[in-house]
Design a protein around this ligand. Sequence first.
Ligand SMILES: Cc1cc2nc3c(=O)[nH]c(=O)nc-3n(C[C@H](O)[C@H](O)[C@H](O)COP(=O)(O)OP(=O)(O)OC[C@H]3O[C@@H](n4cnc5c(N)ncnc54)[C@H](O)[C@@H]3O)c2cc1C
Length: 179
Amino acid sequence: MRLNDGRSFAASEIVLCAGAYTGKLSRLLGEPIPLETERGYHTQIMAPGISMRHSIIWPARAFMVTPTAGGIRVGGTVEMAGLDAAPDYRRAKVLVKRAQEALPDLRAEKATEWMGHRPALPDTVPIIGPSAKHRGVFYATGHGHLGLTYAATTARLIADLVTGVQPPIDLKPYRVDRF
Ligand SMILES: Cc1cc2nc3c(=O)[nH]c(=O)nc-3n(C[C@H](O)[C@H](O)[C@H](O)COP(=O)(O)OP(=O)(O)OC[C@H]3O[C@@H](n4cnc5c(N)ncnc54)[C@H](O)[C@@H]3O)c2cc1C
């Protein structure tokens, strides 16, 4: 395997877990998967002028506001624009406007904007399992909106597969060749 910085090394097992970019890698291995990116945005506000004790979610307006260390974070939206398009930060600004409808005293001072990729599959179920074509290759991708939530569970399952331990659940629903 060769890394972008020029280093290369041999591995008997490899886990492809590059989020929405995993599709590019699987295509190189002749194993295309219908992986898309659901791009999302957030604005981290370090001087919001309000304090919050818990998160709020407004499903109808598709955003949430979460207290974080030293500030609050307003996040949401789904943008289907692929891996390469530049971020459209108007989406982050709209989220803040919506949050201000719910929280009129919210100020957007000392704010930074961010765009991230949610790796998404058509059936919204992740791929967790071995390659159907290459021995020693494993996939862990496609967790969509819940990749942070499922990170530890996925790591545990993949560790079992890589080390040859029987996973505690049936991983058939998560197989790579189900599409
Ligand atoms: C606005 C927003 C809010 C979200 N909120 C939540 C939430 O509240 N709860 C939740 O559970 N999930 C949430 N998610 C979803 C979560 O962020 C993703 O599901 C999760 O990040 C996917 O994890 P991953 O490790 O598969 O991919 P990523 O986190 O995308 O990590 C993949 C990594 O692989 C690297 N990479 C790519 N190509 C290569 C390569 N060729 N070689 C080496 N490295 C490579 C990338 O740089 C990246 O660091 C949110 C996402 C967004 C955008």
